[in-house]
Design a protein around this ligand. Sequence first.
Ligand SMILES: CC(C)(COP(=O)(O)OP(=O)(O)OC[C@H]1O[C@@H](n2cnc3c(N)ncnc32)[C@H](O)[C@@H]1OP(=O)(O)O)[C@@H](O)C(=O)NCCC(=O)NCCS
Length: 259
Amino acid sequence: MAARGRVESAGWLSELFGRPVSMLMMDAQGPLLREQDVRTGGLVQAKISSSALEEMDALADMGFRLVESEVDFILERSGVTLGGMGTVVDDGVPVVEHGGVQADPAEGGCPVAAVGIRPATAEDLDRAGDLAAEGLGHSRFRLPWFSVDERRHLYRTWARAAVMGSHDDLCLLAGDGGDRGLVTLRQENGSARIGLLAVAPGHQRRGIGTALLRAAAHWGAQRGLAQLRVATQASNPGAIAFYQAQGARVGALSQWFYR
Ligand SMILES: CC(C)(COP(=O)(O)OP(=O)(O)OC[C@H]1O[C@@H](n2cnc3c(N)ncnc32)[C@H](O)[C@@H]1OP(=O)(O)O)[C@@H](O)C(=O)NCCC(=O)NCCS
């Protein structure tokens, strides 16, 4: 099978990294792709459904390489885990509540840390940027395609933009100092979608991720969005186990290719 589709500039990424980054939009009805179409002088990305085996072969024939597999999870508002409210304690310290969003150790089954969750403000730009830059190590923005500094720069910029309501609609921070974790969110096609989710490395496995996820679901529910969606990498078994523990189901499986 020959590859069909078109190559479009990924403007935001090109600007961010200071080099051309494009996206190959595969389209079975589109024009036949020629070598010169994908020879952009920069990186060309393609995201293919895991079931599109022939398209993957066609990409491989054009010199594309598999970079990462992506799992897109769906959490339903009616889900058992996301439905409830409870009392959160951290080493015996009662939680500071924000918007009634809490996690319940009795429901989640995990020891839950004290975690007030609040929207980030302009004063939190550096805090949010640091959390994202240091907390998100598993990524398709990886060597040899992207340097560690480029990956950090991407997530720092993304989180800072979300704080200002750009790219994502908002950023929520966990912890009284706002330095224990973050989640960024946007409304997309009738669902709430998580952009970034990270808990500071020294504070993981204490229920902070669960509390952030529930806060995200709460944000979506307030907007009448029944589903919360989040994509993660197949190379990140910790995150996959985390979403499964929250009752998430797989919505889609995709493969990322670069050339
Ligand atoms: C994934 C992440 C957000 C989870 O946050 P967390 O605060 O550590 O998670 P919780 O304490 O709320 O975990 C709840 C449950 O999820 C499961 N879980 C969480 N992390 C897990 C891991 N690394 N391995 C296996 N199961 C895990 C467990 O069932 C856990 O309950 P338990 O601790 O009682 O066994 C956090 O580990 C993180 O920031 N990781 C790095 C960044 C990342 O991968 N982000 C997601 C990218 S989309």
